[in-house]
Design a protein around this ligand. Structure first.
Ligand code: G3I
Length: 355
């Protein structure tokens, strides 16, 4: 399993920002070919992207940068905007990696999804071991949200305000934030985010709630209640981390999207990857089936007017988080480890072209 080499490299970040921001450097540092996914997506006002974007490959790997800029018109940083990175100490905020990734996106006319403000993971040690009172935790979270959303105001198109707040049965997950602020914490943090930026789209982002079932029913009840209470939620992110042999059926995903859209919410597929290694059979057949699944999910999204984006979680199989998660290699994305496009890439191009 190739080790994933992702570092916060302070020596590189200023170079990256200089490279991108210096006038005279071509705005796009990579050839922009027609027929790319982003060209096909732009033709129909759709956002096609890659998430889990990290500063190290972005500043050191030309292929990574070129494919990202050539094929996608939206990106999500993997960790640069998460609590543990942005606020390494209670009284210290650092935005340099987030700023560098945003600078790259703006230099290539790409949107950025902010990810993520309120999550039970990626929290710094000073917070989780701090023995803070509930009131103090609430004040820390409010300051975190107002500071970070304010910092990126006008430079990100959407925020995953709350990430993964539900259990598998659709009830609220018992997290540090649930315990500190109470059962209405999600309403509260969305209001804080809106106060810091009156224009950005505010999303609730979840895994395992893409099809129809207890978790997606719980998600539907959650966001319907938020809308009824006047909470400024604008969209739902369906992560779509799935396996070929047990992913939600595209028809169910379509039904779930339609009911969310009927509430007036925007839907985005935010972190799609399709594992194939736990499916038996020859690799070529699995890659074909993977392509069909990507195709059918994107078609389901395109059939719902309020479904506005599909992002994969990573660009190439080399950088995917999946091998570290499942403990063995896999090939879940659109490009292989050598950044060659796979059948899944062609399948998304066909779907974007209406075929
Ligand atoms: O950059 C440091 C490096 O300096 C250090 O040597 C190394 C070892 O400690 O850690 C590196 O940071 C890691 C970071 O990824 C960059 O590789 C963190 O430890 C690690 O926790 C972090 O994992 C990310 C994880 O979220 C937690 O933030 C994954 O890359 C990222 O794919 C994953 O993404 C999540 C979404 O945010 C939410 N949906 C699920 C998805 C997959 O878990």
């Amino acid at each position: 399993m190739p080790t994933r080499c992702r570092y916060f490299c302070y020596g590189v970040i200023p170079c990256l920002v200089v490279l991108i921001a210096t006038p005279g450097i071509p705005a796009s540092i990579s050839p922009f070919t027609t027929g790319s996914l982003r060209a096909l997506a732009a033709a129909r006002g759709f956002w096609i992207g890659a998430g889990d974007i990290h500063i190290w490959p972005l500043s050191a790997d030309v292929q990574y940068r070129d494919v990202l800029a050539r094929e996608f018109n939206i990106l999500t940083p993997g960790v640069a905007m998460k609590f543990e990175v942005v606020q390494p100490d209670v009284d210290r905020f650092t935005f340099d990696t987030g700023d560098a990734i945003v600078a790259f996106a703006r230099a290539h006319d790409m949107r950025v999804r902010g990810h993520t403000l309120v999550w039970h993971a990626a929290l710094p040690q000073w917070l989780t071991a701090g023995q803070f009172s509930h009131d103090r935790l609430a004040a820390i979270l409010k300051d975190h949200i107002l500071t970070e959303v304010g910092h990126f105001r006008g430079r990100v198109s959407a925020w995953d305000v709350v990430n993964e707040g539900l259990n598998g049965d659709g009830t609220l997950r018992d997290t540090i934030w649930f315990r500190a602020l109470g059962a209405d914490y999600i309403d509260q943090v969305f209001r804080w985010a809106r106060r810091a930026d009156p224009d950005v789209s505010l999303f609730y982002n979840e895994f395992g709630a893409e099809g129809m079932g207890p978790k997606s029913d719980g998600l539907y009840r959650l966001v319907r209640g938020m809308l009824e209470r006047g909470v400024p939620i604008g969209g739902v992110g369906l992560q779509m981390h799935v396996s070929l042999n047990d992913g939600p059926r595209p028809a169910e995903v379509a039904a779930n999207m339609r009911r969310l859209a009927a509430l007036g919410l925007e839907i985005q597929i935010t972190e799609m990857d399709v594992r194939i290694q736990d499916t038996p059979g020859p690799l070529a057949e699995k890659l074909t089936a993977q392509a069909r699944y990507y195709h059918d999910i994107l078609r389901a999204c395109l059939a719902v007017p309020r479904c506005t984006a599909l992002l994969t979680w990573g660009i190439s199989d080399r950088d995917s988080w999946i091998p570290g998660y499942v403990g063995h290699d896999d090939a879940p994305l659109l490009f292989d480890a050598a950044f060659a496009s796979k059948p899944a890439y062609d399948a998304l191009a066909r779907a974007l072209a209406g075929r």
